[in-house]
Write a protein that binds this ligand. Structure first.
Ligand SMILES: *[C@@H]1O[C@H](CO)[C@@H](O)[C@H](O)[C@H]1NC(C)=O
Ligand SMILES: *[C@@H]1O[C@H](CO)[C@@H](O)[C@H](O)[C@H]1NC(C)=O
Ligand SMILES: [Zn+2]
Length: 441
């Protein structure tokens, strides 16, 4: 029943007070409300490490995809079969064309509930701001729901893709992908998909331009060991092991400052420089109470996490390590461990071109424009994603999560995604999937 006219201003004031912000009470269509609800449902499945509920995720995603008419397959790359990899397929009208793969990982990093303002697995939606709070809201459980809802929209519009579109939902990305995409990329099943191009997760953008990632940095580990003459703690002499190690650490620190300086000055993004950070140091002679304090030890050691943009001159970095960071004449030896290859199967550096030499890039860029969006300058991701396994095969892959005007909260407390941003992402994927799956090149 309508309130008497004279009470209306008061009622309005009360409503505004309760809601905090003047958002309309029913801003969404029924379909949009359902889409938000499906996102929340997926977020409530606890796929965080250390014990991700992959069975729960599969029980949600497989019938969801089947209800949209997609074919579903479950692959296993572990003998215990506790880490399913789901493949959802929308067959194209021309199976001779290479397919489009849309990837997403099902797992997420753990959350510490006591540090969150809302429980991290409740997917609470704040009615005032539209923010949906949950571990995985940005990284990256929005993606499969957006992919599937975009397909729903395209099907409703009568669209039929020329290329087959696959969605892969993989386990264990957050723990390195060993039992997930790494094994998948090496499998016969992957080869049979004949993937021409892949889209994988990217990151939120605090501005109104979408971010896109065309490479991951290479991950290396460097261990430097120093030797030197031992001696009494009271004696000053040249050539002690710790002194030699300090020379190495100082040289590396100088290089690090120069690289970091370019990031601080805004000249380069954090993924576009070589990062090197000491992660452990080891020296000294243990004693029952700690360390012997009056002997200078004959050995010392330091470990570095070293990450390189694939566009870097790799041989030059190797020379720098050998000649400047750990020169043998200073009694230094080193071990350089490279995780993963430096070149793809065709012997090229591992990145996806973002110019007209790569037709997939042009199709993608055009689709973003047609969706009313714009892209910021393509970036190299400073960490790693599953995309690297695909790029290593020489297949182009871009990292992209359609989240603009959103703080970067992956792996952080109070990770959230705003409902409207989530919904806009569905529209963006409608354009992107339509364009990629229609591409005839
Ligand atoms: C190298 O180590 C040896 C002992 O192992 C020591 O005698 C020598 O002075 C050291 N030289 C340098 C340059 O540190
Ligand atoms: C496109 O980018 C690649 C890789 O950065 C580069 O080698 C090539 O010269 C560029 N081609 C054109 C046409 O700009
Ligand atoms: Zn992720």
């Amino acid at each position: 029943m309508a309130a008497p006219l004279r009470h209306r201003p008061l009622l309005l004031a009360v409503v505004l007070l309760i809601s905090g912000l003047p958002r309309p009470a029913h801003p969404f269509t029924e379909l949009e409300s359902d889409q938000i609800a499906r996102f929340q449902e997926y977020l409530r499945i606890r796929t965080a490490h250390p014990s991700p509920d992959y069975a729960g995720a599969a029980a949600f995603l497989l019938p969801y995809a089947a209800s949209l008419g997609l074919h579903t397959t479950t692959l296993h790359f572990t003998p215990c079969k506790t880490k399913p990899l789901l493949l959802l397929t929308w067959p194209g009208t021309d199976p001779s064309l290479p397919s489009v793969l849309l990837n997403s990982h099902m797992d997420s990093v753990p959350a510490e509930p006591e540090l969150w303002s809302h429980p991290p697995f409740a997917a609470h939606r704040d009615p005032a701001t539209g923010r949906i709070y949950a571990r995985g809201a940005q990284d990256d459980k929005c993606l499969p729901v957006q992919y599937l809802e975009a397909i729903r929209g395209l099907r409703a519009a009568g669209f039929a893709p020329a290329r087959t579109v696959h969605i892969s939902l993989v386990p264990d990305e957050e723990t390195g992908g060993v039992d997930g995409f790494e094994k998948f990329a090496r499998s016969e099943e992957f080869r049979a998909l004949n993937v021409g191009f892949m889209l994988d997760e990217g990151q939120a953008s605090p501005t109104d331009a979408f971010r896109v990632f065309y490479a991951d940095r290479l991950v290396w580990r460097l261990i430097v060991k120093a030797a030197g003459a031992p001696g009494h703690g009271s004696r000053m002499f040249d050539g002690a092991a710790v002194g030699n190690l300090m020379d190495c650490v100082e040289t590396v620190a100088g290089f690090r400052e120069a690289q970091f300086g370019k990031v601080k000055a805004g000249e380069k993004g954090p993924g576009e420089v070589v990062s090197v950070n000491p992660v452990y140091m080891k020296a000294g002679i243990p004693s029952p109470t700690g360390f012997v304090m009056n002997i200078q030890p004959s050995e010392a050691e330091v470990g570095f996490d070293l990450r390189l943009p694939p566009t870097e001159d790799i041989e030059q970095i190797k020379r720098r390590v050998k000649e400047e960071w750990a020169p043998a004449h200073k009694n230094l030896t080193y071990e350089l461990m490279q995780k993963g290859p430096v070149m793809d199967v065709a012997g090229r550096p591992i990145f996806t071109a973002t110019n007209e030499s790569n037709p997939w890039w042009s199709v993608f860029e055009q689709a973003i424009t047609s969706a009313g969006g714009k892209l910021s300058k393509p970036e190299i991701l400073s960490s790693t994603t599953d995309s690297r396994f695909v790029r290593q095969l020489g297949i182009p892959a871009l990292g992209f999560s359609p989240m603009t005007n959103t703080p970067i909260l992956l792996h952080d407390n109070n990770e959230f995604l705003e409902d409207k941003v989530f919904l806009r992402g569905i529209k963006v994927y409608e354009h992107v999937i339509r364009a990629l799956s229609s591409f005839q090149g």
